[in-house]
Design a protein. Structure first.
Length: 499
């Protein structure tokens, strides 16, 4: 992407750094405010860049921030829906308004003119540019910061930049190949409008996340959407997993688990009915990263809940139904409480919708008009599964089964049923079981696509999809990755091919 274009995208958003006239008034004989000057003042007044950082977090949930009137342009959670549908675990089981027709039919992923590709591309590159703005304002990639607050801002900015590059690499490369050029790269010191190899992208992600983990070691956040050390560790574990570096993926996953900060999601929280049930509250102990949505934000029709939740006044209730793939549902035993997350006592039209996993607590169909149910980005249960996956890949079946058993204990109704399932598992059967449990546990949370890529899986759709039901797709087929959008091709002569 031309540098002028990518910076114009940020200018169009509400995530720009602002400085007062007083600050810009020179105090010595110079006509230029240097990066060093700005960084020196930022140490004394971190509000100069904190607003940009807060703007990035707000942008992550901002509806229609990239393309006007696009009701699936809803930030990270919008990407989560697209990836869940593309990998097949989320079925578009009925379509009344057509927002996800091109995604479910796997047309968006093979046609670079489709709007979905542009939204995803712009979303992540805007996060990158805004993060770069923060980092540059603090003195650049190698700045030595003197206060805890500026170190914490830098740590979050580096983690956000890594987060955006990680998702771009996952979505726009068919499968991990270190040597393949995949993305334009902008990190202040190594800018390239041409695609650079995946190895360079991943090296930058790892470097940024390790720096963030160190910078955020003594950081206590005030809100769950702010990135702390554990969020950065989670992103790093996923990065290592995507590269096939399972030794490091396990080490970092274990660091999160053994920190003691996040208990596993309880049985009562897993599905309605239960005390504090449902995946709708950022204060849930197992949530590592999420966003506390309040009515005062004024979110209504255009949001993730509107697209997925039967109890919100929006598309899922009105006819664009998102359900669990019925073949995946069929693999959940009746002894597993997670089977009750789908379907329920409501009309047959809600069959296999997640009405007992994601729901407004009032549980009145179509009633939640102003959204106050929260967004989930990451929870500790993911790292029990990733640790188990890594251990199985390393040939350590015992460790894999230990973590798998710990996760499933609250899901199965008796210890006997659980042991009958886990005890015989070994080798490839164990790997397959962990992948299946990842798909079941994290359904609707945007993580199944990442697991499909890591496991190099072939997915076969069930019969409850409006489009392409019964068809099989390999993780590295063109249909299962996105296309560099037409906007980028038209404005960046250094890009000569899609992927």
């Amino acid at each position: 992407m031309k540098r002028s274009l990518i910076y114009s995208l940020v200018a169009a958003s509400l995530i720009a750094v602002g400085c007062s006239d007083e600050f810009l008034e020179p105090t010595r004989d110079t006509s230029v405010l240097t990066d060093a000057d700005f960084a020196e003042n930022v140490d004394q007044n971190p509000d100069l860049v904190r607003g940009t950082l807060d703007g990035i977090y707000s942008y992550m949930i901002d509806p229609m921030a990239n393309v006007a009137n696009s009701h699936y342009d809803i930030g990270q959670k919008g990407v989560d829906i697209w990836t869940d549908i593309v990998c097949g675990d989320m079925a578009l089981s009925a379509s009344a308004y057509g927002w996800y027709d091109n995604t479910a039919n796997l047309l968006s992923t093979v046609d670079f003119t489709r709007q979905e590709n542009r939204i995803i591309w712009q979303y992540y590159y805007r996060v990158i540019v805004a993060s770069n703005n923060v980092i540059q304002s603090l003195g650049g990639n190698d700045a030595v910061l003197e206060t805890a607050e500026t170190r914490h801002i830098m740590g979050q900015a580096k983690a956000l930049r890594a987060y955006a590059y990680f998702y771009l690499a996952q979505l726009f490369q068919r499968g991990y190949n270190a040597d393949q050029p995949i993305l334009p790269f902008y990190n202040l010191t190594e800018d390239s409008t041409a695609k650079v190899p995946a190895s360079q992208i991943y090296a930058s992600i790892i470097s940024d996340l390790n720096a963030a983990i160190e910078l955020l070691d003594d950081y206590t956040r005030t809100q769950k959407h702010q990135i702390n050390k554990h969020v950065a560790q989670g992103l790093l574990a996923y990065t290592y997993g995507a590269m096939g570096d399972y030794q490091n993926a396990r080490t970092v996953s274990e660091a999160i688990i053994t920190s003691g900060q996040f208990p596993l999601t309880t049985r009562a929280q897993l599905a309605n009915p239960g005390v504090g049930s449902g995946f709708n509250d950022a204060n849930t102990g197992s949530w590592i990263w999420g966003y506390d949505i309040t009515e005062t934000m004024g979110m209504q029709l255009v949001n993730w809940w509107g697209q997925v939740d039967y109890f919100s006044y929006s598309y899922a209730w009105a006819g664009d139904k998102k359900a669990i793939d019925n073949a995946l549902y069929g693999q959940i035993p009746t002894t597993d409480i997670r089977k009750s997350q789908f379907g329920g006592v409501f009309p047959a039209a809600t069959a296999l919708m997640p009405i007992n996993k994601f729901f407004d607590q009032a549980r009145v169909p179509g009633e939640q008009y102003y959204i106050d149910t929260d967004y989930i980005y990451m929870r500790v249960d993911e790292f029990y599964l990733l640790s188990a996956e890594a251990s199985a890949a390393l040939g350590d079946d015992a460790a894999a089964k230990t973590r798998l058993t710990e996760l499933l204990t609250a899901r199965y109704n008796t210890t006997t049923n659980l042991q009958n399932y886990v005890t015989p598992l070994a080798g490839q059967a164990l790997k397959d079981a962990i992948y299946l449990q990842t798909r079941i546990e994290l359904w609707g949370e945007g993580k199944s696509y990442l697991a499909m890529k890591r496991n190099r899986a072939t997915v076969t759709r069930g019969t409850n999809h409006v489009y392409r039901s019964g068809e099989s797709f390999s993780y590295d087929q063109d249909e299962l990755s996105f296309q560099i959008p037409q906007l980028e091709i038209n404005n960046n002569p250094a890009i000569t091919e899609q992927n």
